[in-house]
Design a protein around this ligand. Structure first.
Ligand code: SF4
Ligand code: SF4
Length: 87
């Protein structure tokens, strides 16, 4: 990713509670959740990681059957650049 990205929110993911069902991946409209491929939690399940560009929409939290997501929405949108990270 090389273009600046607007970021409106972020999530904290309880990866240990995840059962790898993929529902959050399908629910995330900006497509900023991606399942691990090799890494699993201690129960043997793959889990999602967050990429840049979360909108704080809460769709992942609403769909997750295991309540793995805490969603936070920034008061002001922030900008992510490859050089400076999240500003
Ligand atoms: S809050 Fe919305 S944009 Fe952010 S990870 Fe969840 S579904 Fe995706
Ligand atoms: S919806 Fe919840 S349980 Fe299913 S993969 Fe996503 S975080 Fe894991």
């Amino acid at each position: 990713m090389t273009e600046p990205q607007q970021v409106r929110g972020t999530v904290v993911i309880d990866t240990e509670a995840c059962k790898g069902c993929d529902l959050c991946i399908e629910a995330c409209k900006p497509d900023v959740l991606v399942m691990t491929t090799d890494e699993t939690n201690t129960r043997g399940y793959r889990f999602p990681n967050l990429l840049v560009g979360c909108t704080g929409c809460r769709a992942c939290a609403d769909v997750c059957p295991d309540f793995c997501f805490q969603v936070f929405r920034y008061n002001q949108p922030r900008t992510w650049t490859p050089e400076g990270g999240l500003q």
